[in-house]
Design a protein around this ligand. Sequence first.
Ligand code: ATP
Ligand code: MG
Length: 392
Amino acid sequence: MKIAILSRDERHLIELSRQLRARPGSDEVDMIAGTPARLSTMSDDAIPDLLVVDQPRADEGDLDQLERLGHLFPRMAFIVLSADLSQDFLLRAMRAGVREVLPAAPAATDLIKAVDHIAEKFGSQGAVQGKVLAFISCKGGSGATFLATNLAYALSAGGTKRVAMIDMNLQFGDASLFVSDSKPLATLSDVATQIHRLDPSFLSSSMVAVTPNFSVLAAPSDPAHASDVKPEHIDAIIKLARRQYDFIVLDVARSLDPVTIRALDHADTIYPVLQTTLPYIRDGKRLLDVFRNLEYGTDKVEIVVNRHDNNSDIKLKDLEQAFDTTHLRTMPNHYDAAAKSVNQGVPITRLAPESPLSAALMTMARSQTGEAAPQAAAGVMARLFKRRKTDL
Ligand SMILES: Nc1ncnc2c1ncn2[C@@H]1O[C@H](COP(=O)(O)OP(=O)(O)OP(=O)(O)O)[C@@H](O)[C@H]1O
Ligand SMILES: [Mg+2]
């Protein structure tokens, strides 16, 4: 693991690095003299997996700086050493994204234990790479953008996963509007035309921050700028995003051009979205033929049957036969909730959590994050809690 220690005091730097170098394994330990502000211009290669911050001063804005670093480098973990362990300090530190706070000059064993705990998250291979999930509609209007944006939001909703969504509909992308009413300040074509500036800070500031851990990189606002984006730009952006985010959700256009194919090449899973009518099924089969020619394995492609209705003329069994698979994911039809969500630009799981469509999205998200479903409070407690809530 790559560890950096940050302190104003050189003696502390030397002592802490001596303690950390004693940790079994092959950590790289760097010392940085100064305040958190020094790190905001850090290059991509220099970002540590873990930053140990020695005695940040809340009154000098160090915690605000840490919060800023947390946004810039979302995959970096923090340990803070502080003489001030007041409730107020701890709360502010946690809000800034700090995972562990230890007393100043901690016992070596306590420091190592805290580092071990964080190292477990990274695994023995070093920093975890984010997962790329790509949605593509088999035919216009199948719901690919709706599902991509809402799944991205659902992945982030537990608060522990960092999620980036990239709208790859270069001509008429609209993904950011599905989950936010903020106008994007920059778009994918702005990032592409200034690719020499690409670093975590430039990427994150080019995105619309929907929530602290979910951001969207919007599509070019003018279709004429679509040609600014080249396949090598996609390589660079996704490579960086994998290091910064746990999930990168792509809303991919159906026009199979070199940029789209490059994005699909990077995907860990591709979700072609269709509905249960013949035109969708015909185009779905064509798309799957293309995927076969591109040598995407069956384990990389998971068909999503959107707006699924058990009473439809074409049954799921027919679809399984048509696509020669038993692994079809279905999303229920819920027109009212979906339309309201799209019209208000608010994710459906937030606007209509009771909708069966929200439930299906949450299940899909949990299958990716491994997070457990919240337990329903049982019996009397549940009724009491319900009454309480309505009383308020
Ligand atoms: N499961 C669903 N139930 C009801 N309505 C849905 C559902 N999924 C999507 N919709 C509706 O379908 C509309 C079209 O969806 P969306 O824009 O996501 O399609 P798309 O596949 O991205 O289209 P395009 O190919 O044009 O980009 C949305 O406005 C949404 O209201
Ligand atoms: Mg779309």
